[in-house]
Design a protein around this ligand. Structure first.
Ligand code: GLN
Length: 214
């Protein structure tokens, strides 16, 4: 697998993008900028909407929203194929909530019949809107391998109901997998961008930096 970084050891700005179709785009941008600052790294954080903007990125965040809508727009704009090929080349992706759904290989259809065309990148199966009506939206501290007692914000969240192959579960809430990782891909069913806790964004950025220092 090739890396996004050139062979030069000299540090350069890392290039991060947030998919600007739906969701808490601004909040993700803020958290990424703050994480870069905390890590003492220079970097650009851009909102991306078009195929050509994906090209030079080292990392991409796919925010929450309605995964069926996001997937439809991704398909129309041909960004879909670009994200898939860049991910296969090693571009890091963090998908939150609907973003996590999109990363999955299985589970696109919701009980209401709405269909999401998945990117099919991660060895996970999701169940959309799986926490049910009673718990449509809630907050709960969650323990993950990245951060303990992380303030998890769940909004019509999916569950990761199956995780196989190269994928590792990173955290559970009452037995349900809520975070998973596979090489350069990170899926979270909650919204770290809606809290001031930067630990998950910082982890994402740090992984990109690590690769580049190799
Ligand atoms: N329920 C949404 C879906 O299935 C995800 C919700 C969210 O991203 N907050 O796409």
């Amino acid at each position: 697998m090739s890396t996004t970084f050139s062979d030069h050891r000299r540090p350069r700005n890392i290039r991060l993008g947030v998919l600007g179709i739906q969701g808490a785009v601004l909040e993700h941008e803020r958290s990424l900028r703050k994480s870069l600052k905390e890590l003492g790294m220079k970097g650009d954080v851009k909102r991306v909407r078009y195929e050509e903007e994906i090209e030079g990125l080292d990392g991409l965040v796919i925010p929450g929203g309605e995964s069926s809508t996001i997937s439809r727009i991704l398909g129309q704009k041909k960004i879909r194929e670009k994200i898939i090929s860049r991910a296969e080349e090693g571009m890091h992706i963090m998908g939150t909530c609907a973003g996590a759904i999109l990363l999955a290989k299985e589970g696109g259809t919701a009980v209401d019949g709405s269909d999401t065309q998945l990117l099919e990148l991660m060895d996970i199966e999701v169940e959309r809107n799986a926490f049910g009506r009673q718990r449509r939206s809630f907050e709960s501290y969650v323990d993950t391998n990245i951060a303990k007692r992380f303030p998890g914000v769940f909004i019509r969240a999916p569950m990761i109901v199956n995780c196989w192959g190269k994928c590792t579960p990173l955290g559970r809430l009452e037995e349900v997998i809520i975070a998973a990782e596979q090489d350069n891909l990170l899926a979270l069913v909650f919204h770290p961008e809606l809290t001031s806790d930067l630990r998950i964004h910082t982890y994402f950025v740090q992984n990109i930096i690590k690769k580049y220092k190799k």
